[in-house]
Structure formats: C-alpha cells, structure tokens
Write a protein that binds this ligand. Structure first.
Ligand code: FES
Length: 174
C-alpha cells in the first residue's frame, strides 16, 4: 500500500516533468535558432570590413620610415635583455632585444593572432605570446608555434652615438 502511494505521485511528477522538458527543448531549439540567425547576421556585418582588411594584409609587410626615435643607451641594455618601447606612435607597443654585442632586433609586439602582448623569454631564447601559446623566432619574427600565421612586424633599428634608435617599421598594409 505504501508502495503504491509512493509510486503514483512519483510517476505523475515524472510525467509532467517530461512534458515540461519537451517544451523546454522546443523553446531551447527555437531560441538557439534565433540566436544562431542573429549571430550569423552580426558575423556577416562584422566580417565585411575585416575580410577586406585581411585580404589587404595578405599583400604583406610594407616598409615605412618614421622620425628616428631613441630607445635606450647601449650601456643600459645587457646582451640577452629586452626593453619595451613605443614606436612609431605612442600607442604602438614594441620590444627591443639585444642578441649580441652588435646585434639588436625589434618588433611591434602585438601578437599577429589576436594582438596579445608578446614577451621575450631569455632563458628559452624565444618570443612567447601567453594567450594561446604562440611563439615567434626572435631573429626573424616568424611564427614557430601556436595559432599565429604571420610574422611580427619588424622595427629596423640603428646604433648611433652609443644609443639604439628605432628607424623604420615593416607594417602590414591597411
Ligand atoms: S593572441 Fe597570441 S597566440 Fe593568440
């Protein structure tokens, strides 16, 4: 008897629960489709200018000279060390790395995947983007691991009067 009393409400509950679940599923599916259509619309709109930009970027890097800018005194950066600076604009993050007595390399250090900052990891002798484990060859800026497909834009530097100057940028055409 007790068993029976216990079973009926349980089954009813289960039954209404299932109806509700089915309704929820329908609603979910409708909501999902609606969102999907909305997302597709947003994507189509937002991808228009970026698609055009991406196509232009395939043209590659173009070289442009800017007013020379002092980065650091040679005596202030040891071999193997790096220093951050801005070039050519005040919001353009860049990194200078001293590879040897004479050899310096510099790049705009916004990752070419999704623009996270790229860091120089001296101990591993590589440039690393922590966002998705992107890596770049320090000598060329070419991507060596992870999602980035394009090299870091290189900044040409020169050493003059005991200091390192930024001179040119190889930028992606926009
Ligand atoms: S943003 Fe650098 S790897 Fe994704």
């Amino acid at each position: 008897m007790n068993d029976k009393n216990n079973k009926i409400p349980f089954n009813e509950d289960n039954y209404t629960h299932n109806i509700n679940r089915n309704n929820e599923r329908k609603l979910d599916r409708r909501g999902f489709m609606k969102n999907l259509v909305g997302a597709a619309g947003v994507f189509a709109v937002s991808s228009l200018p970026w698609g055009a930009l991406a196509a232009k970027e395939l043209n590659g890097l173009s070289e442009k000279e800017y007013p020379h800018q002092k980065i650091i005194d040679v005596s202030s950066i040891a071999i193997g060390d790096s220093v951050d600076f801005k070039f050519p604009g005040e919001h353009d993050d860049a990194i200078l790395i001293r590879l040897s007595e004479e050899k310096y390399v510099a790049y705009q250090n916004a990752c070419t995947h999704l623009r996270c900052p790229v860091f120089w990891v001296k101990e591993k002798n590589e440039m690393v983007c922590p966002c998705h484990h992107g890596k770049f060859d320090v000598k060329t800026g070419e991507p060596t691991a992870g999602p980035p497909r394009r090299p870091l834009p290189e900044i040409q530097v020169k050493v003059e009067n005991g200091a390192v100057y930024a001179v040119k940028v190889k930028r992606y055409e926009a």
